[in-house]
Design a binder for this molecule. Structure first.
Ligand SMILES: C[S@@+](CC[C@H](N)C(=O)[O-])C[C@H]1O[C@@H](n2cnc3c(N)ncnc32)[C@H](O)[C@@H]1O
Length: 289
């Protein structure tokens, strides 16, 4: 999958709001394809960067992209929910800035791992291939109530009841094997309106469930706030309203940070045109008191 390019979203805005000449150690909690990390290292020649990712394939791309920066970069495989433990294990107890760029990288979306509606492979959707739960398990073993709840809560999908019922009905004929099959079932249950694929919210919900994304985000962001140096900046790029609301609430209620963005920073029209997957991105920034 090396060769798949992930275009970093809100890259200029993230760098301008999170990094400065005073920044000596920066943490990229979702280093992915190394896009943001590359631009940070390129612009600030004295900065050191730690990059974390739970996906081993993504991390090997970051390794390749960032290999020219030698000792200035350290990469580690791990889940940002364990941020403090991972960094402490590397002898790091504080840092000057951190970015969480949530969502999927192109590498994951195009990697035939069930994240895409067109995937003919077994529905998987794990970011960490060591984890036990897969999308296949959720779709084929969760009862109607549990499916409806996650599709409604994590997908914020109005038609959750219809979709959950359609999934349960479909699997009476045999297991739902592929993501393409799942997308087809949702498409039948929910009519297509506009350009967005009708299964978008359902796929989002199942992915959040499989990867424990809501819990992980709270844990990671809270660890990060605790470890930031005074006046250090934390930035989170989110891609759906559930994530954005969580971040807004943490930044507003934490006694340790001041929110710098009353309204989230959105991509300019030009960025959306050249990289349509940036369309729903929102960046929120806070500063450590
Ligand atoms: C949108 S991509 C990041 C792209 C990156 N900023 C770039 O410019 O190339 C998000 C990455 O976060 C990783 N990720 C998601 N949840 C994670 C978690 N809980 N811990 C660590 N990495 C995670 C994914 O594996 C994915 O590679």
């Amino acid at each position: 999958m090396i060769g798949v390019t992930h275009i970093p979203v809100l890259c200029e805005e993230a760098i301008q709001n999170l990094v400065s000449a005073e920044c000596s150690l920066f943490v990229d909690a979702t280093v992915g394809g190394g896009g943001h990390a590359y631009h940070i290292l390129e612009r600030y020649k004295d900065i050191r960067l730690i990059g974390l990712d739970v996906d081993e394939g993504a991390l090997s791309i970051a390794q390749e992209v960032l290999k020219g920066y030698g000792e200035r970069v350290k990469l580690a495989r791990g889940n940002f929910k364990d941020l403090k433990e991972i960094l402490n294990g590397m002898g790091v107890f504080s840092f000057d800035g951190i970015l969480f760029d949530l969502g999927l990288s192109m590498y994951q979306l195009m990697g035939g791992r069930g994240f895409s509606f067109n995937d003919d492979c077994l529905s998987d959707m794990r970011m960490d291939n060591r984890a036990a739960l897969t999308a296949y398990d959720v779709v084929n073993t969760y009862r109607y109530d549990a499916l409806k709840k996650i599709i409604s809560e994590y997908g914020e999908e109005e038609k959750a009841h219809k979709i959950a019922k359609a999934i349960v009905d479909a699997r009476k004929k045999g297991p739902i094997e592929t993501s393409r099959e799942l997308a087809g079932i949702v498409l039948k249950a929910k009519r297509r309106r506009g350009k967005i694929h009708p299964a978008t919210k359902t796929f989002q919900a199942i992915r959040i469930e499989v990867n424990g994304e809501t819990k992980n985000l709270r844990a990671g962001v809270n660890d990060a706030i605790g470890m930031l140096n005074r006046q250090g900046k934390i930035g989170v790029i989110s891609f759906h309203s559930l994530e954005d609301r969580t971040i807004k609430e943490i930044f507003k209620t934490s006694a340790m940070v001041n929110a710098m963005t009353k309204k989230p920073i959105r991509p300019e029209r030009g960025e959306i045109r050249s990289n349509p997957s940036s369309r729903s991105a929102k960046l929120r920034v806070a500063e450590k008191k």
